[in-house]
Design a protein around this ligand. Structure first.
Ligand code: PEP
Ligand code: MG
Length: 316
């Protein structure tokens, strides 16, 4: 009811002057589809597949994977479904995929794509299940790898996808090196998706699992805004899309700033969709751009928030 009072509760995401910003949902599996649809998600921007693998001693079978992926694709017949390959390691340890050696700093260790390269059979099985699940479906399947650092890794993943019959490979941009050199990575893939949780953790050297560091684990940090701006600009230059799938996309003010920075879609947990939809609908693209410029010109996260709000007068 609160969301409805603030603006359009459902419908496609767009600024007041009609600049489209598709609003997508972050999900952990078919169990989250209902809430995504109820909140008007236009598709899925991040399917965290590790939930299928967590809390069990053996990996899911190929058929179990295929079934879970098919259920999600079927729920969005007209939409995009962006599936992330297994992001094992660090904050998402899996019993049957231990890191190859001792890791004093797991967040800087074998995780995401790095881990999958030690287990190519695992990755091939997941990509194969995804390709089979997408066969005959009208939803557009896009598959992305987490924790990509450079162009060689991006090319490796894109080739693995194409070998499995997946035509829309992408990568998450969540390592500062990848953001800074996004121009080198863009030609290798079809799309980027900014993972603001890890991008912030790594840019600010602040462990996302330590609550006492939350003031630094803040995507409003101007350094993080700069990294996102560089990434969005590189994607635009290469004619590729650049979404956001970290928590930042669910903050209504930051969603407007991200739109102003040039990101092309926003994905978030389902309950955040109505407020973000309303915030976008109440501001023009020009206001979003002014807010983005003002935030980047600030020297602290707190100042960036305050500066952006001046240009976003209709925020709730
Ligand atoms: C991120 O890092 O921003 C992200 C979306 O992925 P996760 O939170 O699952 O690491
Ligand atoms: Mg991440």
């Amino acid at each position: 009811a609160q969301a409805a009072a603030l603006g359009k509760a459902t419908g496609p995401g767009a600024t007041k002057d009609g600049h489209r910003v598709p609003l997508l949902a972050n999900i952990g599996g078919p169990q989250d589809v209902e809430a995504a649809l109820a909140n008007g998600a236009e598709g899925v921007g991040l399917y965290r597949t590790e939930f299928l693998f967590l809390d069990r001693s053996t990996p899911p079978t190929d058929d179990e994977q295929e079934e879970a992926y098919r259920k999600v694709l079927e729920a969005f017949p007209d939409g995009r479904v962006v599936v992330r390959t297994l992001d094992a390691g660090a904050d998402k340890p899996l019993a049957f995929l231990p890191p190859p050696g001792e890791e004093p700093n797991p967040a800087l260790g074998e995780r995401g794509l790095r881990m999958m390269r030690h287990h190519p059979g695992f990755q091939a099985a997941q990509l194969g299940a995804l390709a089979r699940a997408a066969a005959g479906q009208s939803a557009k399947l896009e598959v992305m790898a987490p924790m990509v650092t450079d162009a060689e890794e991006a090319a490796y993943f894109a080739q693995a996808c194409r070998d499995a019959g997946i035509d829309h490979p992408g990568i998450m941009i969540e390592v500062p090196a990848a953001a800074l050199r996004a121009r080198d990575l863009a030609p290798e893939v079809e799309f980027f998706s900014l993972g603001t949780n890890d991008l912030t953790q790594y840019a600010c050297a602040a462990d996302r699992q330590i609550g006492g560091l939350s003031h630094l684990q803040d995507p409003w940090q101007p350094a993080v805004l700069d990294l996102m701006a560089i990434t969005a600009a590189a994607a635009a230059e290469a004619g590729k899309s650049c979404g956001v799938c970290g928590e930042a996309g669910g903050d209504p003010a930051l969603a407007c700033v991200l739109t102003g920075l040039g990101v092309t879609s926003l994905s978030m947990s389902a309950p955040s969709l109505p407020l973000v939809r309303a915030a976008l609908a109440r501001h023009t693209l020009a206001e979003c751009r002014q807010a983005a410029e003002a935030a980047r010109a600030a020297r602290t996260a707190q100042a960036a928030r305050a500066a952006a709000r001046i240009h976003l007068p209709a925020l709730a």
